[in-house]
Each structure stands twice: as structure tokens, then as C-alpha cells.
Design a protein around this ligand. Structure first.
Ligand code: SF4
Length: 256
């Protein structure tokens, strides 16, 4: 059993004071996605120093070099007036100490806890308020090609979570023309609708990462797809991926 003073996989924390939003970034993942954005940027892309560089084709951010201990993590969280926490990064569920962090937040802060996950591991629902579940593909061969792994347990976990009324379940996926194309996005939407048509879906435009040659979808293309998907999943939105210079809703600063 690791000690409280051992390093954990938490490598980055940001803070949005106006809304009391704290975001924790964990390193390490149990999938190997070909289009993983961490190949390009590992830090919060809402920071003044990071928010435009993700659109620079030649930019690749440095890997994380420093990691917190559990003890230091809890000290940092303790001094913040947190209203909402987002857990993301790579895959937070790969962190063995995550339950201790969640229990601390539950006990010491009356904040909303949101987890972004690939769903390969079953999230600890009793410690969470919201799960943003990323579905990469439904077609088994495509999912394996994209992530290196089967999606069988992922889809099973999704169905299980959808059955838990205390959790707010949201979904997201990435539209990659000629790879996770319109037909596959419709497959994803049909799967979600078969579980519950009221679950929100966000379709993100592919952002180029080093070593891959897929193109970025046009704004009109992703809007058209969103309209089509909305017919079976009314709560569908999209992110164009060409909005780097739009004003932020709230200011974000790095605290680790
Ligand atoms: S699940 Fe997310 S963090 Fe993990 S490899 Fe895929 S894109 Fe990257």
C-alpha cells in the first residue's frame, strides 16, 4: 500500500476563482488512442499561455515532469473555496488514490464532482455527481484500431451508469472525417439513444495531433452532423475546434 507521501499521477491543477471551479489532471491511461490530444498538449488549454498554442501545427507541449503526493494534493484542495471539481487528464480512474481524493472532497467540501472518463473502468458512482463519458466508436474493429482495445466493457459500464439515477450522465465523441465518420457518429448516437435519448452528447471536431494525417472537419460539416444527430438525441451540441480566440467564460489560472 503506497504512503501518503508517495507521488501520485496528479500532475496539473487549475483554478477558476470566479466560479470556484478546480480541475485536476491525472497522467496515465488504459487506452492508446491514435488521436489522443495529450500527444500535443498535456496542460489545461484555457490558460493564457496555452489556449492558442494548440492551434499551432508545429507546437508540441512538454510532458509532465512533476507529480504531487496525496498529502500535498489534499493540502492544496483544502485551502480552495471549491464549488465544482473536474477530474480529467488522461484517465483519472487509473489513479489508485482517486477514491481517497473523492472521499476528501465529499467530506470536506460540498462541491459538485464531475469525472471525464473513457469508461474502461467502472467509475465509483457513489463518490460522483456527474460523469462525462467519452465514446470513441461503436464498431468493434474501428474501436480496436482507434484505441488498441475492445469496447465491450466500456459499453457495458455506460449502460450500468445510465441506470443510476443519482449520476448525471453526459457523453462526448470526436468526429474525424474518413475515420470516425458521419456513419459511425450516427452509430454512437443510436447506441446512446437506445440507452436513453435524453442523455446529452457533445461532438468535438478532430484537432490534429502529431503523426496523424486526418483532416479537421469544416464548421458547416460538423453543424450539419449535429442537426442530423439531434433528431435521435435532442440534447446534442458540437465544438468546432476553430474557436481558440473567443473570450473565455471565466479566467483560469495554474496552481500546480
Ligand atoms: S482515452 Fe483519452 S487520454 Fe486515454 S489515450 Fe484516449 S484520448 Fe488519450
Amino acid at each position: 500500500m503506497p504512503a501518503k507521501t508517495d507521488r501520485i499521477s496528479l500532475y496539473h491543477i487549475t483554478w477558476g476563482e470566479q466560479l470556484g471551479i478546480c480541475t485536476l489532471y491525472f497522467w496515465g491511461c488504459n487506452l492508446r488512442c491514435r488521436i489522443c490530444l495529450l500527444k500535443k498538449e498535456v496542460f489545461d488549454c484555457h490558460l493564457p499561455e496555452t489556449r492558442l498554442r494548440i492551434y499551432d501545427p508545429s507546437f508540441v507541449s512538454p510532458r509532465p515532469r512533476e507529480f504531487l503526493t496525496l498529502e500535498r494534493t489534499l493540502e492544496i484542495l483544502d485551502r480552495l473555496p471549491i464549488k465544482r471539481v473536474f477530474l480529467m487528464g488522461a484517465e483519472p480512474l487509473c489513479e489508485p488514490f482517486l477514491p481517497q481524493i473523492l472521499e476528501f472532497l465529499r467530506r470536506e467540501k460540498s462541491c459538485v464532482i464531475s469525472l471525464l472518463t473513457n469508461g474502461k473502468l467502472m467509475p465509483p458512482a457513489r463518490l460522483l455527481d456527474q460523469v462525462i463519458f467519452s465514446i470513441k466508436a461503436i464498431t468493434p474493429s474501428l474501436h480496436r484500431n482507434y484505441t488498441g482495445f475492445s469496447n465491450r466493457s466500456i459499453l457495458k459500464h455506460f449502460r450500468e451508469l445510465a441506470g443510476l439515477t443519482r449520476i448525471k450522465l453526459h457523453t462526448e465523441t470526436v468526429f474525424i472525417p474518413d475515420y470516425v465518420d458521419e456513419a459511425e457518429i450516427m452509430n454512437i448516437a443510436a447506441f446512446i439513444a437506445s440507452v436513453d435519448p435524453d442523455i446529452p452528447l457533445r461532438i468535438d471536431a478532430y484537432l490534429p495531433v502529431p503523426g496523424q494525417t486526418w483532416r479537421v472537419p469544416e464548421i458547416g460539416e460538423i453543424e450539419e452532423l449535429k442537426d442530423k444527430v439531434s433528431k435521435i438525441l435532442p440534447q446534442t451540441t458540437c465544438f468546432h475546434g476553430k474557436q481558440g480566440d473567443e473570450p473565455l467564460v471565466y479566467e483560469v489560472k495554474r496552481i500546480f
